[in-house]
Design a protein around this ligand. Structure first.
Ligand code: HPA
Length: 237
């Protein structure tokens, strides 16, 4: 049977989906990963909380290579990632959910191929994207079906000038997805993402940008994300 991988930020803790899971620490060749395992609707699920058991690993210290490798080691075929993003478009307000169709990740590109010449062609899995979109629609949850995710260097937020530079080429900005998607591609894992828009990126609107507001907004979208994930899992029967 297919095993579904889910990787998410802190907002997924506290969801019903994760309430009945077994905790594990699994060691990969790239390091140890804390994860949770459960079965929902007869579907086996491996959940990796991106920021660790204590939710305190900052984005620039996440062990991305271990996080993706552990899915592969545990027999996962496809990975749904949940990320928090800022919107660089006034027409895409906070509380929107986006299933990106592409991404820009020009910085700090990680690879598993340190000693061989391998050049993967990165992409997000179209079939998995469609399942996420279909699940949202069937639960009457508004979902933005396309979008370009721009990954910036973390942990700081962007300057107004940086957002101004990227806003004509992307829709949302975040700190994780491009790195994960590329590593997943290298491992042959199907990977797609659902992003919660938790703020307007710096300078897009007049109100000041504050990280605490971003965390509060992510928690508000949690119920919708959970419904979408549950429906995707139900549909896997
Ligand atoms: N920038 C980068 N990452 C983010 C943002 C942002 O505005 N909001 C949530 N994650």
């Amino acid at each position: 049977m297919m095993v579904l991988g889910i990787i998410g930020g802190t907002s997924l803790f506290g969801t019903k989906l994760l309430s009945d899971m077994d905790e594990h620490e699994v060691t990969t060749e790239y390091g140890a990963v804390y994860l949770l395992v459960t079965t929902v609707h007869a579907q086996e699920i491996v959940f990796v909380p991106r920021h660790g058991k204590d939710r305190n690993i900052p984005p620039h210290r996440i062990n991305y290579k271990a996080n993706m490798r552990v899915f592969k080691d545990l027999g996962v075929d496809e990975v749904i990632s949940v990320t928090s993003v800022g919107s660089v478009k006034r027409t895409l307000p906070p509380r929107s959910l986006v299933v990106p169709h592409d991404y820009i990740g020009l910085f700090n590109i990680l690879t598993y191929f340190d000693t061989e010449i391998v050049h993967v062609t990165p992409s997000l899995d179209e079939a998995l994207r469609k399942r996420l979109i279909g699940a949202a629609r069937s639960r009457d949850i508004t979902i933005v079906e396309r979008g370009v995710y721009f990954q910036t260097l973390s942990p700081r937020l962007e300057t107004k000038a940086e957002i101004n530079l990227i806003k004509d080429y992307a829709d949302i900005v975040g700190m994780n997805m491009a790195t994960e998607a590329t590593l997943a591609t290298e491992l042959g894992l199907r990977y797609a993402n659902i992003s919660t828009v938790d703020n307007y990126a710096h300078g897009i609107v007049a109100e000041p940008l504050d990280y605490n507001d971003i965390v509060a907004a992510a928690a508000q979208s949690r119920a919708d994300v959970e419904k979408v994930l549950m429906k995707v899992i139900e549909d896997m029967d």
